[in-house]
Design a protein around this ligand. Sequence first.
Ligand SMILES: [Zn+2]
Length: 579
Amino acid sequence: MAQFSSSYLDELISRTDLVEIIARHVDLKASGSNMMGLCPFHNEKSASFSVSVDKQIYYCFGCGKGGNAYRFLMEHDGYAFPEAVEFLAHKAGMAIPASRAVNPGEEARKKRGLALLAQVAGVFARTLQADEGAKATLYLEQRQLPLSIIQRYQLGFSPAGYGFMQRCFGDDKDMLQQLEGIGVLVRNERGYADRFRGRVMFPIRDKRGEVVGFGGRVMGDGEPKYLNSPETDFYHKSNLLYGYSEHRDAIRKRKMLVVVEGYMDVLAMAAFDLPYAVAPLGTAITEPQLRLILRLEAAPIFCFDGDKAGRQAAWRAIERMLGVLKAEHNPRFLYLPDGEDPDTLLKKEGQAAFEQRLEQDALPALDAWLKGLQLISGEGASGRAMMAKKAEKMLSGMGDDYLRQAWQSEVEKASGVALTHQKGNVLVAKPRAVKVQKRARGLAVSPLKHDRFMAGLLQKHARFSKLNEDAFEFFVDSDPAYPIYTRAFSLVGIEESTILDIAAQLMREFPDNHDIARWVNLPTVEDDEFDILLIDMQVSYLDDLLRSRSLGLAVKIRLQAELTTLKAQQKLYQQNQKP
Ligand SMILES: [Zn+2]
């Protein structure tokens, strides 16, 4: 992946309005110098999601999610980093750096393709509403799909016979090539032919909500039951999920995601006010799809048919999942009664009973795994040995060491066989013993004050200039803030620093640290408060120094005097603070 320069990324952030990006999903209200709203990452009744307008950084005081516009687009909207950059660049009217835009013609061609896909979706949708679509409309009525759903998901119809695309778009050679490029025309020895004929059409959208392909279903019997777009520049079936862009917001709000097998299941659930289902596109679920799912919701439910094929599909899903599963995830598996799918069940038993099923009958992934292992391994001593053997092989592909150990101990219990596999054993890889501190830090400065101090610095980094060189040692290396603080120090120290915003730069360098966003979004540290904090930090530092190091007498006397002055100032401030 070509890299974006940090100056480009900074420039783009400075031209981006984070509030606007977030306001698409969150109702934000001004609160002090920040904007507050209900967090889109967790369920809450009172607002703890803050956006710093100055710093263009958000933070949730409830769940700890925080970051800049890139982070929001990645974590909330599911973009990959380059996609987030491209999205914002497009919005800000900035060109993509030449190294990324491989070929400017390429970009224009992609844009044309997406526009054409949207047009084709529109044509299919209008055809469904027209006389030509009467049979398809009747079919959808029989499937009890309400008109509101048909419209919202832009279902359409492709008439039987050939030549429909040409009738709609003309047969200019360039146009025919474009239609082939987006996968709706097929080229054979006799010329171009419609790919979709006599089918109900389901537009498939990417993460941005753009139509990138179609699924077409026959009405009644006929093969194949579903025909999807071929792989094109726009449509990559292993990276897309049906319902993803349509349901992303509802999934986040309700903290509920259900993976089903077919498009009709997704829509049936939406029709029953359960707009949180997604489906793979006619193939077994892939690793990239699993990543998308788990990034959107840590505890998704995978629905499978209760028959043999369904159990096999579930087993494949578990196998694929092991590499991406982390201890923070809690996927569950629901086996539906034999021959049923969410669509048929909802019609039979209604919404409440179906929701209850999801709630009560879904098995944790570990249980589903153990059950599956038992099923394929057989009974008796040799069955238990087989189980251990299979389990060991599968566990070796597991990405999260902690989770692997937990699952390993469960399978050892279930099989009665001790596994030997030792990949990156967690017990061995214990965190290093904490280094003995040069100085024992007294508790003179509370963690709360540390926090406010960091907030004060990052909210207004001109304050770094108030720090003297003692400040290098305000934090010891076991303090959580230590790496951030020292890095901030060195960033400020860069001569003629081009870094406009230290907080933004730090967030880029410490992408997993959430404190930076939190500090920026804490209630403003005013200058008065910061001055006191600085004295407190200084006093604490000198106190420690005098207590814990053997110093020459002259130095000791000088430091002692300094400390006395500071303590007097500290006292004065404290008195002034008291009402
Ligand atoms: Zn939150």
